[in-house]
Design a protein around this ligand. Structure first.
Ligand code: GLC
Ligand code: CA
Length: 563
């Protein structure tokens, strides 16, 4: 059987609110996206993953849907959508929609119905529980966006579960009607011609209920407060069954690209879910490498900062590279709308911004899997310079700051520093198109300010500069198209213990390619027993001295074809 097309593809994520505003209302929109498709074609990507554009009260950047079949008016009309899709297809770009079916908005008609009475037919679309004996929430779970994961609904006297904001009630997937609704809405979009889905927190849809139907307390890691509970709601006993059913009912009838967002996913689940014959989905977004710069098991979760150890990154990425080889497929990402900018997080967003952005791109695009580029990553866009908590537009950061400082006694400076490092607005400042006002994102006032570095960092400058981060990404993407060793070659970690260099081989038949990344600003000597036939790509001018005892320059990265 021929290999699925998406294995040699490169995807590009668009966060519509911040991509391009066509009508001056300060909010990015669908005609704005359509107007930039030639830019994406120049970059060479094959697939767009479009973050939600559905009707939504917008409590969580559109990840709270009130109508799965309608376009949010601020993004345009269904005609604008059809036009965008047709224009994408005309350019050979496929479209992957965001599918959020672990929860809906509390303004979705299903939920409005469910609230009407305990015996409403839609009641059982959501997860309701009686109050605890003291009238409080049924258990000690904290929601991802702070506060209890349970919200009391006074008129009917029960609590509903929401693992994110209280405006995002969790759907009850044990109810077959819920699953049938999901299948139907997937078919709606696939029949319109979309090419697949990125599935929001898909491994949370099956929960682990006790025999009596209760949801047990989470272990106490933060005495006296609510407890993180994600490990209890991910990878439940019926997850694989539900995904297999979705495959049978829907996915098998279309040619799709699918990627499931899967916090807390283990390698074993990765194999089970993405196995080429028996798996239900194409890929997962696993989070292991995103968690390495947080203190493991800490009650403050992702906000408990620790310095990334290069050794941990090598171990984690290599385990997934080796573990899925021939038995599954990796998604490759360093960045998305929930994560800080990679050049600020893993590289140097000061003097070595350009070199380190290219180094990180080399590291990722050299691996086996389907690479994802998040808008602006191809320009080396950097984190947002938050002056205070008032610069937060994202409810996750705002809520964390409030509860951490007011309830848990955390120093406001510490909380703000955590937001500067990990806050989601880092990735959500508007796309930087040119040096005109608001970076050319809008002619009006942007919904959140552009990064003040836009006069130096924008796409117009990048397109005009052959040495830009943009052209380096373009070259890497083209390389994957031209050389199957980058798609199919086996990965082998080298220099596992080296404190500064991340190096690995890709091997396919007689072909061997070497990927070398100097992860820091020093000048380590590369010591590998190989001879290069050719340097295929690199982020510094070639010296011509070959591989033997090559002294790497700060953040130098290169790929060599070996003899
Ligand atoms: C996913 C999305 C994130 C959203 C959350 C709740 O993690 O990527 O943006 O807040 O799900 O829908
Ligand atoms: Ca607009």
């Amino acid at each position: 059987m021929a290999q699925p097309w998406w294995k040699s593809s490169v995807a590009y994520q668009i966060y519509p609110r911040s991509f391009c505003d066509s009508n001056g209302d300060g909010v990015g929109d669908l005609p704005g996206i359509t107007s930039k498709l030639d830019y994406l074609r120049t970059l060479g990507i094959d697939v767009v993953w479009l973050s939600p554009i559905y009707q939504s009260p917008n409590d969580d950047g559109g990840y709270d849907i009130s109508d799965y079949r309608a376009i949010a008016p601020e993004y345009g009309s269904m005609a604008d959508f059809d036009q965008m899709l047709a224009q994408m297809h005309q350019r050979g770009i496929r479209l992957m929609m965001d599918l959020m079916v672990n929860h809906t908005s509390d303004e979705h008609p299903w939920f409005t119905e469910a609230c009407k009475s305990k015996d409403n037919p839609y009641r059982n679309y959501y997860i309701w529980r009686a109050p605890a004996a003291d009238g409080g929430p049924p258990n000690n779970w904290e929601a991802a966006f702070s506060g209890s994961a349970w919200e009391f609904h006074a008129p009917t006297g029960e609590y509903y579960l929401h693992m994110f904001s209280k405006k995002q009630p969790e759907l009850y997937w044990e109810n077959a009607l819920v699953r049938a609704e999901v299948h139907a809405l997937m078919r709606f979009w696939l029949d319109k011609g979309v090419d697949g889905f990125r599935m929001d927190v898909i491994n949370m849809v099956s929960k682990t209920y006790a025999a009596d139907g209760s949801l047990p307390n989470a272990p106490v890691v933060r005495p006296g407060f609510l407890q993180p509970a994600f490990t209890l709601v991910t990878n439940g006993p019926r997850l694989v069954e539900y995904l297999q059913e979705m495959r049978r009912e829907v996915l098998d009838h279309y040619d799709t690209i699918t990627v499931g967002e899967a916090p807390c996913a283990t390698l074993r689940q990765g194999v089970e879910i993405t196995h080429p014959e028996t798996g239900a989905l194409g890929m997962l977004f696993q989070f292991e490498h995103m968690d390495l710069d947080s203190v493991p098991g800490h009650g403050e979760g992702k906000w408990a900062l620790q310095k990334l150890q290069l050794g941990d990154l090598k171990t984690s990425l290599s385990r997934w590279q080796d573990g899925l080889a021939g038995r599954g497929w990796n998604s490759l990402y360093l960045s998305n709308h929930d994560q800080p900018r990679p050049v600020s997080r893993f590289g140097d967003d000061g003097v070595h911004r350009v070199a380190s952005a290219k180094m990180l791109a080399t590291l990722l695009h050299g691996m086996q899997g389907t690479p994802y580029v998040y808008q602006g990553e191809e320009l080396g866009m950097t984190n947002k310079p938050y002056a205070s908590v008032d610069d937060c537009y994202d409810l996750e950061s705002r809520n964390m700051f409030r509860t951490a400082t007011q309830e848990r006694g955390i120093d406001p400076e510490v909380a703000l520093q955590a937001i500067r490092t990990k806050g989601r607005d880092n990735a959500r400042t508007p796309m930087q198109w040119n040096a005109s006002a608001h970076a050319g994102f809008t002619t009006g006032t942007p919904w959140q300010p552009v990064n003040p570095n836009y006069p130096a960092v924008h796409s117009e400058a990048a397109l005009a500069d052959a040495d830009s981060v943009f052209h380096y990404y373009r070259a890497l993407i083209a390389l994957r198209k031209a050389h199957s060793v980058l798609v199919d070659g086996r990965y082998k970690l080298l220099l596992a213990e080296h404190p500064e260099i991340y190096a690995y081989l890709r091997a396919l038949g007689k072909k061997r390619w070497l990927v070398v990344c100097n992860f820091y600003g020093g000048t380590p000597v590369l010591d590998v027993p190989y001879r290069a036939a050719q340097r295929v790509i690199g982020n510094y001018p070639e010296t011509g001295v070959g591989l033997q005892n090559m002294v790497l320059r700060p953040y130098e990265a290169a790929i060599f074809r070996l003899e």
